[in-house]
Write a protein that binds this ligand. Structure first.
Ligand SMILES: [Zn+2]
Length: 407
């Protein structure tokens, strides 16, 4: 038997102490505060936990608080529901609270929005996929949104789906379409297609419509259990329901973030206005047991958005941006490093800052913007009958200056 000499004993002691320190590392102890019966954490604690330095008051915006280090950044709106995470606007489930100089963030938002994006290596759920289920929204009797300058949403969505399919297939992904022609497919059936494919993600493609002044790109992830959707102020009883889509909560928000970043922040698409990553309980998202998102490419009801989306080159760029976002999502799961870190390392800093949704930036509209001739569009390729470079719209007085209203 070997005798341990005192000197070796000392070394052994330090080695054991080192190991024990690793094993018994003191867990980070969060100090919780309660607002309206909900748990909140201070921004200072979040800074310490994620090693993001100290809280900064941005000189140009006193109503925000920033944490920033390397490529990572968190910029919270005071008493509001918006946060910019690594340059991408996200809608929080609950407003932040600013009390005695301290900003408090809900535990729900930290775990469901911040954590998956800053530490993708901790995501336990589906970490790999080889198939993208593309879901062109609406179809058949369901026309979707209808605007006066573009084909129906169902047609736009299918055309965008075909473009995305082409880009993804070139990148080596297997692609499955929930519909490849103008037919009605029930929403549950669309989610069921992804459910049948264990190594898949689902991307639903849509085009928005509302009052003419609103414009921009939105990307939706399923709302977490017991959190309101982004369009609602308060939690409703139905928000407590558990859907199979909630199993993929961390993946859902990471996928939405990755796609939205490419759609709005990078040079892939510098013209897209960001209305943020939002939460909703759309059937196709809540019934999908695979990571899923829903992209609203823009508003057919808005002249500027219609101008952009009517351009085939722009639609191609959007398809490429979505594909790049899917690739980024995959890389983050693979490497466990946020894309923000990777971009920072590559010197590929965002081409433009995300635009707060309260201050929409509107591109200068052209003096001529034709109205689509709807009848022939339904029969043949809808995109062949209109071009924003043609002067076809006499009735709408296209030369009248376009003045979008602030909302
Ligand atoms: Zn739609």
């Amino acid at each position: 038997m070997r005798i341990i000499l005192p000197r070796n004993l000392l070394a052994l002691f330090f080695f054991a102490a080192f190991c024990l320190r690793g094993i018994c590392a003191v867990p980070f102890s969060w100090k919780l505060a309660s607002f309206y019966g909900r748990e909140y954490l201070s921004l200072e604690q979040i800074a310490e936990f994620y090693d993001l330095g100290s809280v900064v008051v941005p000189p140009e915006n006193a109503s925000a608080r920033i944490l920033q280090k390397g490529g990572r950044s968190l910029s919270f709106q005071i008493n509001g529901r918006q946060v910019e995470i690594n340059g991408v606007v996200h809608w929080l489930s609950f407003p932040t609270h600013f009390v005695d100089g301290v900003l408090w963030v809900s535990r729900m938002d930290l775990s469901k929005s911040v954590e998956p994006l800053l530490r993708p290596d901790k995501i336990q759920e589906q970490r790999t996929f080889d198939t993208v289920v593309i879901d062109p929204g609406h179809g058949g009797v369901d026309n979707g949104a209808r605007g006066k300058w573009l084909p129906d949403e169902k047609t736009l969505a299918l055309e965008m789906g075909e473009r995305l399919k082409g880009v993804l297939q070139k990148s080596g992904f297997r692609v499955v379409m929930t519909r490849s022609r103008d037919i009605f497919v029930p929403l549950e059936d669309r989610a069921a297609i992804a459910a049948m494919l264990p190594k898949s993600i689902l991307v639903s493609l849509h085009f928005n419509s509302t009052v003419s002044s609103v414009s921009g790109v939105e990307t939706y992830a399923l709302a977490p259990i017991s959190a309101p959707s982004s369009s609602a102020e308060k939690v409703r009883a139905t928000d407590n329901e558990v859907f199979c889509g909630n199993e993929c909560d961390p993946n859902n928000v990471l996928l939405a973030h990755s796609i939205h970043a490419r759609l709005t922040l990078t040079r892939e698409n510098p013209k897209a206005e960001s209305r943020g990553v939002r939460r909703a309980r759309f059937v196709v998202l809540r019934e999908c047991p695979r990571p899923s998102v829903l992209v609203e490419h823009g508003f057919v009801s808005n002249r500027n958005d219609a101008l952009l989306m009517g351009n085939p080159e722009y639609r191609q760029k959007m398809a490429e941006a979505i594909a790049l976002g899917i690739g980024d999502y995959m890389m983050q799961l693979k490497r466990g490093v946020p894309m923000a870190d990777q971009f920072a390392q590559e010197g590929q800093v965002s081409a433009r800052k995300a635009i707060p949704v309260t201050q929409p930036v509107v591109e200068t509209a052209p003096e001529t913007l034709p109205v689509i001739k709807r009848e022939p569009a339904a029969k043949t390729s809808p995109f062949s009958v209109f071009s924003f470079h043609e002067k076809t719209n006499k009735a709408e007085n296209p030369s009248a200056p376009f003045r979008p209203q602030a909302f």
